[in-house]
Design a protein around this ligand. Structure first.
Ligand SMILES: Nc1ncnc2c1ncn2[C@@H]1O[C@H](COP(=O)(O)OP(=O)(O)OP(=O)(O)O)[C@@H](O)[C@H]1O
Length: 295
């Protein structure tokens, strides 16, 4: 019999995970899994449960929650020798990870991936010994985007906050930044730096289209100062996935980089927790195995 553990965060998104508990139990039983359900109660529980699941040598780890829960699970698994197959049930408000890897956003469909899904290996980013599966960003605008309550997020959609951030942008929010890669060191001024593993930003898929989740690279976009007019034009082009080709954007596709800046507003979107600068970044190619419907 295969072994599974279900990590369930009852507080994620609109707090519906408990509603799906019986469904996942039924599906696991039908598919011959012996399983345990572990409910999180507080920060770091998901991480601890993931570490324990790895130690128990389980085959499948089902994560019922949002990006914060997934980020904890990833941080729990990343340094372990045994990393079970991950099944993500997207129950958060934004669900960037699920969107990025092609997990259906309909919970019933995501539950069925045990039966009809395929597996893929996804890259994980490392920043100062923390791990991320989506992106890290630097700058006041990015910070404004993520300092919103779940209620606000689900009502307006997180990209709305990016627009809000842009409106509030002031000249002093531009910061000097040095980006050092294996090939080149660039000193520039930016209003926002995004370091992406996937193409999904603030719930929009394809917006950073160069960043494929299994390409083995980090994608760095340094966005220089923009006038309001340029900002609006850039957002339109971002929606078409052509951010990297903009005149005001420096783009790097790298396996490793260091970023030096005095800007202190750094956010790891997955877990909302910022890393301290300087940022030392690298990629762990194909490090986790996930169930998806796409490949
Ligand atoms: N039982 C609980 N009650 C309240 N908070 C919890 C509980 N269990 C875990 N948490 C907290 O929930 C956080 C993660 O929430 P999660 O990201 O899954 O939901 P979300 O914020 O609604 O989704 P998203 O990140 O996709 O917007 C964890 O970091 C942890 O601190």
């Amino acid at each position: 019999m295969n072994k599974a553990i279900v990590i369930l965060n009852p507080s994620s998104g609109s707090k519906e995970s408990v509603k799906y508990k019986e469904m996942i139990e039924q599906i696991l039983m039908t598919n011959n899994y012996q399983f345990k359900i572990r409910r999180t109660e507080k920060e770091n529980d998901a991480r601890r449960f993931a570490e324990e699941a790895s130690g128990e040598g389980i085959d499948l780890l089902v994560v019922m929650g949002g990006d914060g829960t997934i980020n904890e699970v990833i941080n729990g698994l990343v340094n372990k020798a045994h990393r079970p197959l991950l099944q993500v049930i997207p129950l958060g408000t934004v669900n960037n990870f699920a969107r990025a890897v092609g997990v259906p956003l309909q919970v019933e469909d995501a539950l069925q991936l045990i039966e009809n899904g395929t597996t893929m290996q996804v890259d994980i980013g490392e920043v100062n010994q923390q791990y991320f599966s989506n992106l890290v960003n630097i700058g006041a605008i990015a910070e404004a985007t993520y300092q919103v309550t779940p209620e606000q997020k689900s009502k307006l959609g997180s990209l709305a906050y990016f627009f809000e951030g842009l409106k509030k942008f002031r000249e002093k929010d531009v910061f000097p930044v040095t980006i050092e890669t294996a090939e080149i060191t660039v000193e520039t001024e930016a209003m926002l730096v995004l370091i992406a593993v996937t193409d999904t930003f603030a719930s929009w898929k394809n917006i950073l289209k160069e960043a494929e989740v299994d390409d083995g690279f980090l994608h760095i976009f340094a966005i220089k100062q923009l006038t309001n007019f340029e900002g609006v034009a850039m957002l339109t082009r971002m929606m078409n996935g052509s951010l990297k080709d903009q005149e005001q954007v420096e783009y790097f596709k790298v396996k490793k980089a260091s970023i030096y800046t005095e800007e202190t507003k750094v956010a790891n979107v997955d877990g909302d927790e910022g890393a301290a600068t300087p940022l030392h970044l690298s990629i762990l190619p194909g490090h986790l195995h996930v169930l998806t419907s796409e490949r």
